[in-house]
Ligand binder design. Structure first.
Ligand code: PMV
Length: 309
């Protein structure tokens, strides 16, 4: 059995596609798991994706798989120069899809871990990350690579596209309320929408990306020094720029507002936006109250998590 966690982007989504830094952390309350059993001779490789009710047979000569899981398995077999083994892989995930939790990268990572281990050559680290990134391109078009990197490394990261991840320290653990809006939104579409705006007015949007870069660097320092109020303030500033990038929505703004009114130190959308999730930084004693307030404002589900604990 192998697994991979969900992830949360704390700062820098969208601007990270244009070379600005971003900060992400694993979110292990949600995860994808893959388990396998040997199958009779001649049956080949089958993936049962329980959450989407699909049974996928993997063939190496299928050159244009329409399914990301099939593609992930093919990439693994090619990397290891292996034929499809007689194996059935059960894949399950508790991560809501298209919600900014990195569900695609997590199921790919769990699947590749299980398959490569079953073949006797477990893939991990940079090799696993490179394969999951290839699959992410099918989900996202032009992904920055932050999702696969934080999910594979399972540790908080400060990420700059093309420069890769840097570890950093969390000076003092902090508490987040995470709220799923219950609205699925395609990251491929939000990334494409921002691209269109940028191409129409490059100077204006470059300035917004630069503003986010300044926020992310300030947030990193605040996280390293454990200054909760400053982390919260940078979250509020980051949300405002994401609104300017048109990736917030009425529902997300309402959840952010509800969290702030209930005493959160800061709140913002997280991930691709226009749906998906919102995160709020809270004093630990206030977490329940903020979670109740965002549910009251319409969140489909909330979690409370400690980062760096
Ligand atoms: O997968 P999501 O919805 O968390 O979005 C990923 C973050 C983006 O910056 C919007 C896209 C990317 O590839 O970095």
């Amino acid at each position: 059995m192998h697994s991979a966690p969900a992830k949360i982007i704390l700062f820098g989504e969208h601007a990270v596609v244009y070379g600005q830094p971003a900060i992400a952390v694993p979110f292990s309350a949600l995860s994808a798991t893959a388990d396998s059993i040997a199958a009779p001779d001649g049956t080949g490789l089958t993936i049962i994706a329980h959450d989407v009710g699909r049974v996928l047979h993997v063939y190496l000569d299928d050159d244009s798989p329409d399914n990301a899981l099939t593609y992930a398995a093919q990439l693994t077999l090619r990397k290891l120069h292996a034929r499809p083994p007689n194996l059935t892989i059960d894949l399950r995930s508790t991560i809501p899809v298209a919600s900014g939790f990195g569900s695609g990268a997590a199921v790919s990572a769990a699947l590749i871990r299980e398959l490569s281990a079953a073949l006797g050559s477990p893939l991990e680290g940079d090799q696993l990350n490179a394969l999951v990134f290839e699959v992410e391109k099918m989900h996202h078009g032009t992904p920055s690579g932050i999702d696969n990197t934080v999910i594979v490394k399972n540790t908080p990261i400060y990420f700059v596209r093309d420069a890769g991840p840097q570890a950093f320290t969390i000076g003092r653990p902090f508490t987040l309320v995470i709220a799923d809006s219950g609205i699925a939104a395609s990251t491929r579409e939000t990334v494409a929408a921002v691209r269109k705006l940028y191409e129409a007015k490059p100077a204006r949007y470059q300035q917004l990306f630069d503003q986010i870069g300044v926020i992310v660097r300030a947030a990193k320092a605040a996280i390293e020094q454990g200054r909760w109020a400053d982390i919260g303030q940078q979250m509020n500033l980051n949300h405002a720029v994401l609104q300017d990038l048109t990736v917030s929505s009425e529902v997300l703004d309402r959840l952010v507002q509800a969290a702030r009114e209930a005493g959160a130190l800061g709140a913002k959308l997280s991930g691709g936006g226009r749906g998906g999730n919102v995160i709020a930084l809270v004093e630990p004693a206030n977490a329940k109250r903020v979670a109740a307030a965002v549910r009251q404002a319409g969140a489909a589900h909330t979690w409370v998590t400690t980062v760096g604990g």
